[in-house]
Ligand binder design. Structure first.
Ligand code: CDP
Length: 236
């Protein structure tokens, strides 16, 4: 088995399942949670399979909304088969409220609603500390930012409404994209509480990786709560 990608939240292992499919394993043994560019790390048991199940439900819902995703199916508790894509070295972040880096780097206060959702680009390179990019820099890197913005806003529209119905405020999230051999764009990587901020509506409760980042609680029960809320949607 080949270690394919080490991303902030999970370690993904990939086997070639067929010519254009990869089998990803979000393994519990390997499913570490990290923060502060890898300075803080833990290996909570059960997180890998929770993130895999949550990602799988979200990918399936987005596919029904005609968003092209690399997800094909789940095979076991913590493995998914995905289409092979070439990952674009951009972290694409969508925000509905101010939290995290936008609070640290601007005058906005935590929780402030944004007049409209915004999409931002960060370089996907831990060794350079994932800096914020301008659209011009994205273009100079050889990528047209417009399709990423358009698809990310469509994803936000759907997910924000879906989480609202579940009593959760989708504050922000990160997505990654990839191109297949024909040059078609796909949503890739994972979408889980490791890569989103999920706040309970009408309360201070959080269900995302900030619990770990800020030493505010155990992420496993929080992620399980998200999976429990999502599960009834999975059969619709
Ligand atoms: O999370 P942090 O405060 O460092 O950065 P951010 O720019 O506020 O992150 C916005 C959203 O993207 C949050 O939901 C993060 O969890 C997510 N993110 C991620 O999944 N991976 C990264 N490398 C950076 C952010």
């Amino acid at each position: 088995m080949k270690k394919l990608l080490a991303i902030l939240s999970v370690v993904l292992f990939a086997n070639q399942a067929s010519a254009d499919q990869l089998k990803f394993e979000i393994g519990d043994i390997f499913s570490c949670v990290t923060a502060g560019n890898g300075e803080k790390e833990d290996h909570p048991l059960g997180k890998g399979s929770l993130c895999c199940s949550i990602s799988s439900i979200i990918f399936e819902k987005l596919s029904k909304e005609l968003i092209p995703t690399h997800y094909i199916n789940m095979v076991g508790a913590n493995k998914m088969i995905c289409k092979t894509v070439s990952i674009v070295p951009l972290e694409v972040i969508c925000r509905n409220r101010a939290a995290g880096s936008i609070v640290r780097e601007t005058t906005l206060v935590e929780g402030a609603p944004l007049p409209q959702p915004i999409v931002e680009f960060f370089l996907k390179d831990d060794s350079k500390h994932d800096p914020l990019l301008t659209p011009d820099r994205v273009r100079l890197m050889g990528y047209n930012p417009d399709p990423f913005v358009e698809m990310t806003l469509r994803i936000n529209d759907y997910l924000r409404q879906m989480f609202y119905i579940l009593g959760i405020d989708l504050v922000d999230f990160k997505v990654e994209y990839g191109y297949d051999a024909h040059g078609d764009l796909y949503l890739a990587d994972e979408i889980s509480p490791d890569s989103m901020r999920l706040w309970k509506i009408g309360s201070d409760e959080r269900f995302d990786k900030d619990l770990f980042r800020n030493d505010e609680g155990d992420i496993v029960p929080a992620y399980r709560e998200i999976l429990d809320r999502l599960q009834p949607l999975a059969i619709q």
